[in-house]
Design a protein around this ligand. Structure first.
Ligand code: ZN
Length: 288
């Protein structure tokens, strides 16, 4: 949706450029395989060194993406100490990737939907990137219920979009990632923003306005008409992410509150107990 602004391109979850794009050749949102999509082919024609680095980059991102490294990348002070040759080489390659995407799309702003706070921390160190962070947070009971549902993967038949998780694990993961995301937002100071999914879906205008104040290039997105709850999405080259990335045209915004009917009461209570300290800070205080 933010990628509809004339100066912005929504390129998907670029954390997965190497693994799901180059190595696994999954589907781009335009419907073509990554290796056949005209946009990504153009990127790789201009920067063939990205392909040459695919094995090293996958290894680097998998290793550094482990939970135990999250704090080291999301804290501004700790990540500034990252100067190993391995780190520098990876950050240089990321710089080439983002620069080439920006040139190929002729857009100065790249909207990257990668969910990993660790990866966000890495981007803060990439030469040539002015990083802005938007943390889209959702009520933990809804997130954990969603993680226990099966979503089919369109680009890998027989596989699900994500592994199903139990209540304890998903509640722990919500806490870990939200703590990491809050750390990342803090680490970029005035360039960070936290918005709540529920507020956005109920009334998207104010959320989009705060995003526009943060990044003025995103203020002019024509996707949402004033007073409307419908967005119009054009075809994109969004890489990886929820299977709904293939949807184009008019899309009605509506809250996905299936969890209210279907989440087991015991599971809900457990999630609330585990996530309460952090959930309260985001404003999720009352029992829904
Ligand atoms: Zn494409």
């Amino acid at each position: 949706m933010l990628g509809e602004a004339p100066l912005a391109v929504a390129a998907g979850e670029l954390w997965y450029f190497w693994e799901r794009g180059l190595l696994e050749d999954r589907l781009c949102a335009c419907g073509a395989a990554f290796s056949e999509c005209p946009f990504w082919v153009q990127v790789l024609d201009v920067a063939p060194e990205l392909r040459a680095a695919e094995g090293d980059m996958r290894q680097f991102l998998q290793r550094e993406g482990r939970s135990r490294h999250m704090r080291r990348w999301t804290s501004a002070r700790q990540r500034r100490r990252r100067t190993s040759p391995d780190d520098q080489a990876a950050l240089e390659r990321l710089a080439v990737m983002y620069r080439t995407i920006s040139e190929a799309s002729e857009c100065p702003v790249i909207v990257d939907s990668s969910k990993s706070p660790t990866y966000g921390g890495m981007l803060a160190l990439v030469p040539g990137i002015d990083l802005y962070v938007i943390n889209l947070v959702r009520r933990p009971e809804a997130v954990t219920h969603s993680w226990q549902r099966t979503v089919l993967q369109r680009d890998t038949p027989g596989k699900t979009y994500r592994d199903q998780m139990g209540t304890l694990k998903s509640a722990g993961l919500w806490t870990l990632w939200e703590a990491g995301a809050r750390g990342l937002v803090r680490s970029v100071g005035r360039r960070g923003l936290t918005v709540r999914y529920e507020d956005f879906v109920a009334n998207p205008g104010p959320t989009l306005s705060s995003i526009g104040r943060l990044v003025p290039e995103l203020a002019s997105s024509p996707a949402l008409q004033p007073g409307s709850s419908e967005v119009v999405l054009s075809p994109s080259h969004f890489l990886s992410g929820n299977p709904n990335r293939f949807t184009t045209g008019a899309v009605a915004l509506r809250a996905d509150d299936e969890w209210r009917q279907h989440a087991r009461p015991g599971s809900r209570t457990l999630v609330r107990l585990i996530t309460a300290p952090l959930a309260r800070r985001v404003g999720y205080t009352s029992a829904p």
